[in-house]
Design a protein around this ligand. Structure first.
Ligand SMILES: Nc1nc2c(c(=O)[nH]1)N(C=O)[C@@H](CNc1ccc(C(=O)N[C@@H](CCC(=O)O)C(=O)O)cc1)CN2
Ligand SMILES: Nc1ncnc2c1ncn2[C@@H]1O[C@H](COP(=O)(O)OP(=O)(O)OP(=O)(O)O)[C@@H](O)[C@H]1O
Length: 236
């Protein structure tokens, strides 16, 4: 049975709401632990891949926090860039250098971004990698974002020339994984997905980390796999 476009839209909206609730339900401690573990994974990936210029984001709405990675990356001489909403071209992203003293101001969606005049801009295609915030993902590398189409539009060229930089790396909490996400023709697939416990390479069908089953059987709405329940006290 094929899904009608209108019900597909509704289904994606429903999934987005559910997955956003899941990540917002995490405690401060769970968020810090997730960010620390993710930081180690991304630092290793960035060093092995010799990334020099990397797009990141500042956490919003329960998203996994990249700041532990950012501190380590700066120590290693990697330059990091934040997305900035394009002032004229609707729903496109620019990337501006983010240094410890960069002044930030919230955009109209409430997300802090560097002041355009003061900072150095780098074209999207001149970044080595971009860590993209996910609302949801599946093992095929399909993703669900906040629904603005910002990343899909900015990296639409990757659908035509998939081997061009940057490497698109989706990052998320483990509980943001779905079995199979409903997809749309404009969705730009991810080259990699990294969570606090797993690394997914969709093209080569490689998944490193615990079995998917252990990860997707969630304890309540918290992002903790069943196998770790005993070791963590969770608020009910
Ligand atoms: N941390 C982070 N930065 C990012 C993104 C993101 O997903 N996460 N983006 C990825 O695309 C872009 C911004 N995209 C966004 C798209 C929609 C909403 C949104 O719907 N926000 C509110 C409503 C805000 C309002 O209108 O006042 C909401 O939660 O309902 C937020 C960001 C660029 N920067
Ligand atoms: N390359 C594109 N060109 C024109 N419109 C696009 C493109 N990509 C996405 N869109 C539009 O953006 C809207 C949101 O897309 P979608 O639901 O896939 O968002 P998303 O993937 O969750 O968001 P994001 O990419 O910001 O993380 C859709 O209505 C779609 O028509």
């Amino acid at each position: 049975m094929t899904t009608r476009p209108s019900s597909m839209k509704q289904e994606r909206r429903r999934l987005r709401r559910e997955l956003r609730l899941r990540r917002r339900a995490l405690s401060g401690r769970q968020q810090r632990e997730a960010a620390r573990r993710l930081g180690h994974q991304l630092t290793r990936l960035a060093s092995q891949s010799r990334f020099r210029h990397v797009g990141i984001y500042l956490p919003n709405d329960g998203e996994i926090d990249l700041r532990p990675f950012v501190s380590e990356a700066r120590r290693r001489g990697i330059h990091v860039y934040l997305p900035v909403l394009h002032p004229i071209l609707g729903n496109l992203l620019w990337f501006f250098r983010y240094e410890p003293d960069t002044r930030l101001i919230p955009n109209h969606l409430g997300i802090p971004e560097p002041r355009r005049a003061e900072n150095q801009r780098r074209p999207a295609w001149a970044l080595d990698a971009v860590f993209m915030p996910l609302v949801g993902f599946d093992h095929r590398g399909e993703r669900l974002g906040m629904g603005g189409g910002f990343y899909d539009r900015t990296f639409a060229f990757k659908k035509v020339e998939p081997n061009r930089p940057p490497v698109l790396i989706g990052v998320a909490h483990d509980c943001q994984e779905m079995d199979t996400l409903p997809t749309q023709p404009w969705d730009v697939p991810l080259n990699r997905i990294v969570t606090p416990t797993r690394r997914v390479d969709p093209k080569n069908h490689r998944i490193e980390g615990p079995e998917s089953g252990a990860i997707t059987r969630w304890f309540g709405r918290a992002c903790i796999p069943e196998s770790r329940q005993g070791r963590l006290r969770l608020k009910r």
